[in-house]
Structures are given as C-alpha cells and as structure tokens.
Design a protein around this ligand. Structure first.
Ligand code: AMP
Length: 192
C-alpha cells in the first residue's frame, strides 16, 4: 500500500490536494475533518459533542479520532493506499498511527507538508467562509485554529523529519502548480 500524509495549517489546500492525489493514484481519502463534519451535520448526540470542539477551533479528543481512523483503516486494508488529510494533528496521533500500522506491517511512506504564510491562510479562510457554511471558517475561530496548529500540530513535522519521510512544498502557488510538484514528489518517493 502507498500510504501518505498531506500535512499543513488550515487553509493550506490539504483537502483539495488530497482529492487530486486520490484521483490520480486511485488511493482512498481519509479526511478526519470530513468525518467530523458529517457527524455534526447528522445532528446526532456525538455530532453535538464534536461541534463544541470544532466551533471553537480546538482539537477533538484523540480517542474519538483514533477510533474513526482505525475503523477506516480496517475498512480499506485492500485498497492501493490511504491519503491522510488532517490526521495526525498532534504527536500522540502520529505515534499511534505508526504503532497501528506497524502491527499490520504497513507504513506511512511520505509526508507532504504544504507551507503557506499566516496572512495568506487568514484571507483564504475568510473567503472560504463566505460559502463553506463552516462554523470554524471565521476570523475568531481561525485565530484559534492557527494557535492550535502552531502549538500541537507543528511538532509533528519534526517527528517525520527525523525519520526522513517529510517533504515541504510551497502552497502559495496556483492549485495546479502545487499539484504538479506533489506528483513529482510522489512519483519519485513512492512509485520509483
Ligand atoms: P479540518 O477540516 O481538517 O480543518 O478539521 C476541522 C476541525 O476538525 C479541526 O479544527 C478540529 O477541531 C477537528 N479535527 C479534524 N481532524 C482532527 C484530528 N486529527 N484531531 C483532532 N481534531 C481534528
């Protein structure tokens, strides 16, 4: 299996690029954000609970997320590979992912981190908020999301850097240019 993580701050284009990768390489897409939003939109008790975290821009507890990831992994053991989008979001999740994968003799072969400066992220999210209908696409919540990213998510970069699985790319370029770069990296690192 060709498993990879698409990593980066909110608004960097992870979702769009993950969808491009999935289509191009016939992989499956695991977006923890999408799973959470589906639950919230279903108006279930779990959805109400999840919304308390998401609408404040803080992370959903690890046990809830890991259960979803584990279930998704089991359901897709026969796929060509999984693109992780929005997961892992902290060091514990990254370590748990490696542990779960190790037990199944699987691994994350590549982590693509999409780099975009904060002022650009902020204006992208404000723009997206006009149509996305997401309670967390507002200036106030975005400030929190960026803080959470810096304090909890960014340390994951060092974790992957140490084991030589990380590639940084410039996410300020147009979407198709960013994807061209991603394709080159994936072809070189996963399909050579
Ligand atoms: P995203 O669509 O990836 O930007 O995620 C939207 C929100 O869902 C985040 O701000 C978190 O509240 C929550 N979320 C998504 N993925 C995770 C994760 N791996 N761990 C914890 N919370 C998450």
């Amino acid at each position: 299996m060709k498993n990879l993580v698409v990593f980066g701050p909110p608004g960097c284009g992870k979702g769009t690029q993950s969808a491009n990768i999935v289509k191009r390489y016939e992989l499956v897409h695991l977006s923890t954000g999408d799973i959470i939003r589906k639950e919230i939109n279903a108006n279930s008790a779990m959805g109400d609970l999840l919304n308390k975290f998401v609408s404040h821009g803080v992370l959903v507890p690890d046990n809830i997320i890991l259960k979803e990831v584990y279930r998704f992994g089991l359901d897709h053991l026969n796929s060509k590979g999984i693109v992780f989008d929005g997961f892992p979001r902290n060091l514990y999740q990254a370590q748990m992912l490696d542990r779960i994968f190790h037990k199944k003799s699987m691994r994350i072969g590549l982590v693509i981190s999409i780099d975009v400066p904060e002022d650009v992220l902020m204006s992208r999210i404000i723009e997206r908020g006009k149509t996305s209908g997401r309670s967390d696409d507002t200036i106030e919540v975005m400030k929190n999301r960026l803080m959470v990213y810096q304090s909890q998510t960014q340390p994951v970069i060092d974790y992957y850097k140490k084991c030589n699985r990380l590639v940084l790319i410039d996410g300020t370029k147009p979407v198709d240019k960013v994807f061209e770069e991603i394709e080159l990296i994936i072809n070189e690192r996963l399909y050579r």
